[in-house]
Design a protein around this ligand. Structure first.
Ligand SMILES: Cc1cc2nc3c(=O)[nH]c(=O)nc-3n(C[C@H](O)[C@H](O)[C@H](O)COP(=O)(O)OP(=O)(O)OC[C@H]3O[C@@H](n4cnc5c(N)ncnc54)[C@H](O)[C@@H]3O)c2cc1C
Length: 428
């Protein structure tokens, strides 16, 4: 890929779980469609599946392979709510909007599980999520969060865990406590993405891999996506490029920043391993969050290091092994069979960026590390919008997302400095 789109490093362990990944032909000449979708991750694929099911004529263009951006390589943790807790959003957004956004995320969770079930996509869902506290002084906030969610948001699936129970559930004494969520869980994201592509193609969407859009324009009600293999002309365009945004569209580039995040998969740990005996997924209270869980075949999938530049990372294996050893000292020399990375799209308030960036072209991304359920649902909301109901997409469109400062030249170095400061703060 050329025009500034970052490359995802390493082959993921997920790829070994899906033998014979199907390929889709590159575009070979100009086409017309009702909707042109740019980006073959969860957001674009979900939009394609729902639009095609509504009878729209859809062309989806993907610069590389389907799901080789964040969607096929992430931690697979669904979570609950938006990236920021409701009590963090409430002062800015007010109770009604915060509650509506929380309910939207609950709809997103139900949608993801329902979509997979309806279309017979085996996503290896395992229930249970634990958010753990790495600094004692955060315990109070986590305990209050359980109460606030039950009393103000009607969510009573959280349970506070003290240090002893946290240790039992993780097989590690490195955390001071946590919150157990029984109404969410984790999945194999690649299986979901490829399953969604299959549903979209079966419904008639035309999917083209290895087809990079090099320019996008919208004039007089006509959207044109140019590629080296031909142009797609459509009435609507959906820009679903997230952190892989390159320089195609300046608004998206200014509002969504790519941050490298990396995962290592160990060899299977064996049935008698004390690591997470209940099979939950775990995330911790660091700003530079660590997230881990066991795979279906007993590996520890550990994601931790985030780099705050778009450079290709070296030594993912060593970095991840060091982080695993901090949580699980008895795994200090564990073999890491797979190490890979991808780019998370973040925004300043860590809320999604959804905007009509030119007439009839909506851009959606910046799910800030919380996109497994939200990106899929945003694709569905886009389809809903084109069928005449924009009310739910509007909730996201109305979020105030400032541009990153610094312009094209200084944006990356400034972010590098700011986020390294947060990483440092996690340590003290
Ligand atoms: C390592 C990692 C771990 C993560 N863990 C979690 C997690 O546990 N839970 C969670 O909720 N979220 C997690 N995320 C975030 C989540 O994966 C994303 O929010 C989600 O996958 C975004 O989907 P998307 O379709 O918007 O973007 P992507 O999946 O990144 O897809 C964008 C696609 O657009 C294509 N593209 C870009 N430019 C062009 C162009 N010019 N022409 C054609 N195609 C183009 C790219 O090639 C790419 O395939 C993680 C992300 C990473 C990287």
């Amino acid at each position: 890929m050329t025009r500034g789109i970052p490359l995802s490093p390493g082959a993921s362990w997920y790829e070994t779980t899906v033998p014979g990944i199907p390929s889709h032909p590159a575009l070979d000449g100009s086409r017309k469609a009702d909707v042109v979708i740019i980006g073959g991750g969860f957001t674009g694929l979900s939009a394609a599946a729902h639009l095609a099911a509504q009878g729209a004529d859809v062309v989806l263009l993907e610069a590389g392979r389907i799901a080789n951006g964040a969607s096929g390589r992430n931690g697979g943790q669904l979570g609950t709510g938006q990236r920021a807790w409701p009590e963090e959003n409430e002062p800015d957004l007010g109770y009604e909007r915060t509650r509506a956004l929380f309910e939207l995320a609950e709809d997103a969770k139900a949608h993801l599980l329902g979509f997979a079930k309806t279309h017979d996509i085996d996503i290896d869902y395992v229930a249970g999520q634990i958010s753990v506290v790495h600094k004692k002084r955060y315990l109070r906030e986590y305990r209050d969060h359980v109460d606030i969610m039950a009393s103000r948001y009607g969510y009573d699936h959280f349970r506070y865990l003290d240090a002893r129970e946290t240790e039992e559930r993780l097989g590690s004494n490195r955390y001071f406590g946590g919150v157990h969520d029984s109404a969410t869980g984790h999945i194999n994201p690649l299986k979901l993405a490829l399953g969604t592509a299959r549903v979209a193609a079966d419904a008639g969407a035309r999917i083209h891999e290895n087809t990079e859009v090099i320019s996008l324009s919208s004039t007089g009600g006509t959207v044109v996506a140019e590629t080296e293999q031909g142009a797609v002309t459509a009435r609507h365009g959906f820009l679903a490029v997230n952190a892989y945004r390159g320089l195609l569209e300046p608004m998206t580039t200014a509002h969504i920043m790519p941050i490298g995040s990396f995962i290592g998969a160990t060899v299977p740990l064996g049935d008698d391993s004390p690591v997470i005996p209940g099979g939950e997924s775990v995330d911790d209270s660091r700003f530079v969050v660590r997230y881990f869980r066991k795979s279906k075949d007993g590996r520890l999938l550990f994601g931790g290091r985030e780099t705050y530049s778009t450079n290709d990372p070296d030594g993912i294996r060593e970095q991840i092994r060091r982080q695993i050893a901090e949580v699980y000292p008895y795994l200090h020399d564990v073999e890491i069979s797979h190490a890979w990375g991808g780019y998370v799209g973040i925004t300043i308030p860590r809320q999604p960026y959804v905007r009509e960036v030119m007439p009839n072209v909506i851009s959606a991304g910046g799910f800030s590390g919380h996109g497994v359920m939200l990106s899929n649902f945003t694709g569905r909301l886009y389809a809903e919008t084109l069928s005449g109901d924009r009310s739910r997409l509007k909730l996201l469109e109305e979020l105030k997302i400032p541009a990153f400062p610094g312009g094209d030249r200084f944006r990356d170095p400034l972010l590098f400095l700011a986020l390294n400061w947060f990483a440092l703060r996690d340590r003290f």
